[in-house]
Design a protein. Structure first.
Length: 374
């Protein structure tokens, strides 16, 4: 087998090894049999929430087994095809099998990263909060660009995106926005995006066409489901209703139904401005619980924060990534040193490379290449 194909096959084997470790491949079938036995229990649906969790956990195991076995079989099939093609000197068969191996390597690497998403809340939905920094219109416009970037990314993942609250900028863009992003592993993927994002570009709002630097803060919190208990003392919160404001549009509410909840012990403030005040109270309370839960997660494991804080002060002191559009094109993550010149792709939502590098770093303390022995 040619050297390039051999290297690709070895790369897939490394991904398979990690997938097997995360799956617990030796016991996977036995665990699936246990799930199947529990599913057949006639009393299963007496507790609907427990039953739904069981079905989700079973399906996740089924999918993981299928992914592992599928990649393993496809690797073996294509290696066999290459060896057969070499024996018969059939260049067409060899080329097709080598191309299939390259595609499989991309899939295996993606599944490898997804297998690292095994934190306590990684599988949950996520709240994404964007706040413009100092800089007026420039920063507000940058905040709207980031909002678009994350919405595009989520849509490519097949996630459901709901705008929870938005405050429009005075001239352009947004001062702030909060989204709920629903889908498997939404929080696991997004959690490393928390921090300050820096933009360098020729400002479209500057008649002198000078270069400007803007900062926008991104915060990510898991949506706390019913399996995670978070107690909120009613005496610790203040609930206010107010009239939503903005430039207009489908997401702006014109009645006094918007809700703001302030949590006095922590200073956390959450808002929701949907159509129903009752709905807004529920959404805001869930958001508050998510913020409190995130604080607890941060106490348990602050590795990602420690890494990006070591990069030094920038903006608000937590800069994690720079997006340079002038005088050259480059997006660079300051925690992993992962960089790409495809700024348009990134701003259109192609974020998996950046997220994946940070995810691998958070799990192993190393870059993905280092973690794989590269």
């Amino acid at each position: 087998m040619r050297a390039e194909a051999q290297n690709t096959a070895e790369q897939i084997s490394k991904s398979l090894e990690l997938l097997g470790q995360r799956l617990g491949v030796e016991t996977a079938q036995h665990r699936l049999e246990e799930f199947n036995a529990r599913v057949e229990d006639p009393n299963l649906w007496d507790d609907a929430d427990a039953a739904q969790k069981l079905m989700r956990d079973r399906q996740a195991l089924v999918d993981s087994i299928a992914t592992y076995e599928g990649i393993k079989q496809e690797l073996a099939d294509n290696v066999d095809l290459i060896e057969m093609g070499e024996m018969e000197e059939d260049e067409e068969v060899i080329s097709e099998a080598e191309a299939a191996l390259k595609m499989l390597a991309v899939t295996a690497a993606q599944k490898e990263l997804e297998a690292l998403l095994d934190g306590e809340a990684d599988g949950n939905d996520s709240f994404l909060e964007i706040n413009s920094g100092a800089g007026g219109t420039e920063s507000c416009d940058w905040a709207s660009m980031l909002a678009r970037m994350y919405v595009r990314w989520a849509e490519k993942k097949g996630y459901k995106v709901e705008l929870q609250a938005e405050s429009a900028g005075e001239e352009a863009g947004i001062k702030s926005a909060t989204y709920k992003i629903a889908g498997h592993n939404a929080y696991g993927w997004l959690k490393s995006e928390s921090g300050v994002h820096r933009l360098v570009r020729i400002s479209p709002f500057d008649s002198a066409a000078k270069r400007h630097t803007s900062f926008t803060s991104v915060k990510v919190y898991p949506v706390v489901d019913d399996n995670i208990e978070i107690e909120v003392n009613p005496s610790d919160i203040r609930i206010d209703t107010y009239r939503s404001s903005g430039a207009g549009g489908q997401h702006v509410n014109t009645t006094d139904s918007a809700v703001r909840i302030t949590h006095h012990p922590t200073g956390i403030v959450v808002t929701s401005s949907e159509k129903s005040q009752h709905q807004n109270r529920d959404i805001a309370m869930k958001a508050l619980k998510s913020r409190l839960y995130q604080m607890e997660l941060d106490k348990r494991s602050a590795l990602v924060n420690e890494v990006h804080e070591s990069a030094g002060d920038a903006g608000w002191g937590n800069q994690i990534r720079s997006y340079v559009l002038q005088p050259y094109q480059m997006v660079k993550d300051l925690r992993t040193n992962f960089e790409t010149s495809d700024t348009k792709g990134v701003l259109d939502g192609d974020l998996d490379g950046l997220m994946g590098a940070t995810l691998a770093l958070a799990v192993s303390g190393k870059s993905r290449a280092e973690a794989q022995g590269g």
